[in-house]
Design a protein. Structure first.
Length: 276
């Protein structure tokens, strides 16, 4: 599933291509992509609106439109957004949604596994979409600090790996970057949140920020599905320290990367660098 760096990479790709463009038509070709509205109603709202800006909240992309309109997109597992020339979806591409723009280009939302969602409406959507209204702080912002992390977990008995995946604790982190951040901080993924002291939280918060910024610099991680734009992939997978490296040698010591399951999620760590 795309995590914060992948979603932010998509945002940066889209900004120069579709901001200040007017939506001429909006077609929703798979009804499952719109969980809260009928396709005809969503299309009617969007026609004639201009895209003023695109921001990100956690793993959500927020399109700010003229006349207080809004589109919110959650890519989930296999969702992609890319801009192509043409007056309709390109041949051979199955777009779940198509937004025709006033410059002869279009924005395609493609989703192989069909779990992605699009929400259309006004700015009240920000408080109405389940999972969006109660997001924790963005770990790339100045609001994310060790003291904030410590405050949010110091009474929690859940494993720190699970807490990092909890979007109400911190927004945008998924399995890959939780594993990488914990390895950077030298913290075992099974340690309980309440066991981390303030200094450890400072270290972990900084590691989270550093790992995410590094992943952004390499345009995210691509194992199978993530694409930037039409067909460009990220390259951070070449720099992963623990995630997906079960049985391989740790790049920081002579240990072997191990894999365990925590709350049903795979967790990769080095037992030497991250003692329990």
């Amino acid at each position: 599933m795309p995590e914060l760096p992948e979603v932010e990479t998509v945002r940066q790709y889209l900004l120069p291509r579709i901001v200040d463009r007017r939506i001429v038509t909006a077609r929703f070709l798979d009804h499952r992509v719109l969980p809260l509205m009928e396709a005809a109603a969503a299309s009617q709202i969007l026609i004639g609106r201009t895209i003023h800006d695109i921001t990100r909240r956690g793993k959500y992309l927020v399109f700010w439109l003229s006349a207080q309109g809004m589109i919110i997109v959650h890519l989930r597992m296999t969702g992609r957004l890319f801009v192509v020339d043409g007056l309709g979806p390109p041949a051979g591409e199955r777009c779940s949604a198509w937004f025709q723009l006033d410059n002869g280009q279009g924005l395609c939302f493609q989703d192989t596994r069909r779990f992605g969602t699009i929400y259309v409406g006004d700015q009240q959507l920000l408080s109405e979409i389940p999972g969006l209204a109660n997001l924790g702080p963005d770990p790339t912002s100045s609001k994310w600090t060790g003291s904030v992390l410590h405050q949010r977990i110091h009474q929690r008995r859940a494993p720190i790996k699970s807490l990092l995946l909890n979007q109400t604790v911190v927004a945008g982190i998924g399995n890959i970057y939780a594993d990488e951040s914990l390895h950077c901080a030298g913290i075992h993924p099974q340690r309980l949140g309440l066991s981390l002291d303030a200094e450890e939280c400072d270290t972990l918060a900084q590691c989270v920020k550093d790992i995410l910024q590094s992943a952004l610099a390499y345009e995210g991680t691509t194992f199978r599905d993530f694409r930037l734009g039409y067909d460009q992939t990220g390259s951070f997978q070449e720099r992963l320290q623990v995630y997906g490296r079960t049985g391989e040698e740790c790049r920081h010591c002579s240990g072997s990367i191990e894999r365990i399951s925590i709350a049903g999620r795979s967790s990769h760590y080095c037992p030497n660098c991250q003692p329990s």
